[in-house]
Every structure is written in structure tokens, then in C-alpha cells.
Design a binder for this molecule. Structure first.
Ligand code: IMP
Ligand code: MG
Length: 178
């Protein structure tokens, strides 16, 4: 048996989609007077953010947060732990959270609440991938690259056991019989 990653969204397809998303984002934020800050959620969003920010041709800052989600073994609550926090104060800034993929929604929901408590001027979410059928808690998503079925994906920053992030495309695993 061989396992390989089958392409779902090619590098060229992703590039086009990000161009479209960036245009909409610029349209939304272009008249702002206050700072716009893109907040990349590490590690998954690092490639997406790198490509997206180079198409957002209005002034903005970039910051990162590293979070890890874990499930409480006894009660089925999900908790987000901040491993690395933002460098700068976000009070009175316009925040755009840049995420790789939304599944249950717990990660972003909690992150959203944490950031909201720091009194920014606005918060919006931009995600490359979204699995709406997996949602357990609602999160307000303003920009989505692709909505997909309930399947596990890798590539373009997204990992399986820390591998596959380097793939230039997004794909899913298929098993081949020899
Ligand atoms: P949520 O809190 O359930 O929405 O989880 C979102 C996080 O789970 C993402 O930021 C990813 O790190 C991870 N994740 C969800 N679906 C996938 C997938 O298909 N492949 C790899 N990681 C995933
Ligand atoms: Mg993530």
C-alpha cells in the first residue's frame, strides 16, 4: 500500500484565489485612518500570510501569535493556549486574523475573544480553508478561500504531524493498492 497526497488546489489556483481575496480586503480597508494589523496564526498560516500580505497594497503591520488547541480529556471543552503572544499593543487597531483552516471553530472563537478584550477598533477573520460541516461554535468569518468537505488536508503551510507544510499545493491523502 502506498499513500500519496492528491492535489485539490494547485499552486496556480491558490495564487488566483489569494489575489481575489486581497482585492476584497483592500476594498474593505482602504479608507481606514487607523492602523491595520494582519495577525498570522502560527504555524499553519505562515505561507498563506506571506502570499496574502504581498497583495495587500495598503499600509499595514504584521504580527504573529502561536496557539495550540487541546481537548480537555474529561469534559469535552476545547481550550486554546497562547504559546507566543503578539509583540504590539492592538488597542485602537483594525485586526485581521489570518488563519489556515477552520474546523470546529474553537481555536478562532477563543482567539477572537482574547483579542476583543484588548479593545481593538475592529476584528475580522480571513481563512484560506473552511470546513463548515465541522463547525461546533460559530465564528464570524469575513473572507474564505475555499470551503471544503470534512476531509483532512495538508500542504501550503498546513501539516500532518508537522510534515507536508512545504507542499506548494493543498491536497488530501489517498491510499493506493500496489
Ligand atoms: P478548530 O479549533 O477545530 O477550528 O481547529 C483549527 C485548527 O485545527 C487549524 O488551525 C489546524 O491547525 C487544525 N486543522 C483542522 N483541520 C485540519 C486539516 O484538515 N489538516 C491539518 N490541520 C487541520
Ligand atoms: Mg491553525
Amino acid at each position: 500500500m502506498k499513500q500519496l497526497v492528491e492535489v485539490m488546489f494547485s499552486a496556480a489556483n491558490i495564487k488566483n484565489r489569494i489575489n481575489q481575496m486581497a482585492k476584497e480586503i483592500v476594498e474593505h480597508y482602504k479608507l481606514l485612518k487607523d492602523d491595520l494589523v494582519l495577525i498570522g496564526i502560527l504555524k499553519g498560516s505562515f505561507i498563506f500570510l506571506a502570499d496574502l500580505c504581498r497583495k495587500i497594497n495598503i499600509p499595514h503591520k504584521i504580527d504573529f501569535m502561536t496557539v495550540s488547541s487541546y481537548e480537555n480529556g474529561i469534559i469535552s471543552t476545547h481550550n486554546v493556549k497562547i504559546i507566543n503572544d503578539l509583540r504590539e499593543d492592538v488597542r485602537d487597531k483594525h485586526l485581521l486574523i489570518v488563519e489556515d483552516i477552520i474546523d470546529s471553530g474553537y481555536t478562532l472563537k477563543q482567539l477572537y475573544n482574547i483579542l476583543e478584550s484588548r479593545a481593538p477598533k475592529s476584528i475580522a477573520i480571513c481563512t484560506l480553508l473552511n470546513k463548515p460541516s465541522r463547525r461546533e461554535v460559530e465564528v464570524p468569518v469575513s473572507w474564505t478561500g475555499y470551503s471544503i468537505q470534512d476531509e483532512f488536508v495538508v500542504g501550503y503551510g498546513i501539516d500532518y504531524a508537522q510534515q507536508y507544510r512545504y507542499l506548494p499545493y493543498i491536497g488530501h491523502f489517498v491510499i493506493l493498492d500496489d
